[in-house]
Design a protein around this ligand. Structure first.
Ligand SMILES: [Zn+2]
Length: 240
């Protein structure tokens, strides 16, 4: 991938019935990903603007079909759109249950849900089910196999020097003999190396400004190294 091709959104990839669209992935601003097959409609990391992007792109009929939301970690650029998406589904009088998967210990999702439930719980037209993921067990939803895997994502501590590990996951989606590996945000780590290798598509973050910050994110060089082991790859989350 040429440097000039970085940051051009949306990114669209399709193999037969397996489709993914990355509306954006901009560090500290927003991420937003739609994954579909003829049987499934998933959202991955609904950052700020996801409702606007979905509404403009696919409209309310498809938004109503979203059955599962996958959250890689709780940073605002990955969960900032959750509240509006949940509200809009009730405005549309959704009936089907909505499942939200996220790393165990992710305080942001649980507090968004708690506050949301306090405000709208009584009038909500549908049920929301939270699934905190503790292990790397594979599960299936609408004929897609989902394998969560732990990655190594840190955030700066209040001293602005040291950093601490936060609950964070990547997800590998298998469908129709093809696979998409989404690493979420992470520093270079073995689990991402392993899961990206041989994928039909790897979506790899390259969020580090330089080698000094590569304990929080990957450099373009590190991300490219991993991406090259997949059949195709996109670098995302590159600082603008
Ligand atoms: Zn992050």
């Amino acid at each position: 991938m040429k440097k000039s091709e970085l940051n051009k959104y949306p990114i669209i990839w399709r193999k037969d019935d397996f489709f993914i669209k990355i509306y954006c992935s901009i560090p500290n601003v927003a991420t937003g990903i739609l994954l579909t097959t003829s049987k499934a409609t998933f959202i991955i990391d609904p950052g700020d603007g996801i409702l606007r992007d979905l509404n403009k792109d696919v409209g309310s009929e498809i938004i109503l079909k979203v059955s599962d939301i996958f959250i890689s970690h709780g940073h605002h650029d990955h969960v900032g759109g959750v509240w509006s998406l949940l509200t809009y589904l009730s405005v549309l009088r959704r009936k089907a249950e909505l499942k939200i998967y996220y790393p165990f210990g992710c305080a942001e999702i649980e507090s968004i849900y708690k506050a949301f439930n306090e405000v709208y719980g009584k009038e909500l037209s549908y049920q929301i089910k939270l699934y905190p993921i503790k292990n790397e067990k594979t599960f299936t939803r609408h004929s897609i196999k989902i394998k969560p895997f732990k990655v190594n994502h840190r955030e700066l501590s209040s001293d602005n020097i040291s950093s601490e590990l936060i609950p964070s996951l990547g997800f590998k989606f298998f469908y129709d003999a093809k696979s998409i590996c989404y690493g979420g945000d992470t520093a270079f780590c073995d689990s991402l190396v392993k899961n990206s290798k041989g994928s039909d598509l790897a979506i790899i973050e390259a969020g580090a400004e330089d080698i000094e910050s590569s304990d929080l994110h990957m450099t373009i060089q590190q991300a490219t190294e991993i991406g090259m082991t997949a059949k195709e790859y996109y670098l995302v989350h590159v600082p603008e």
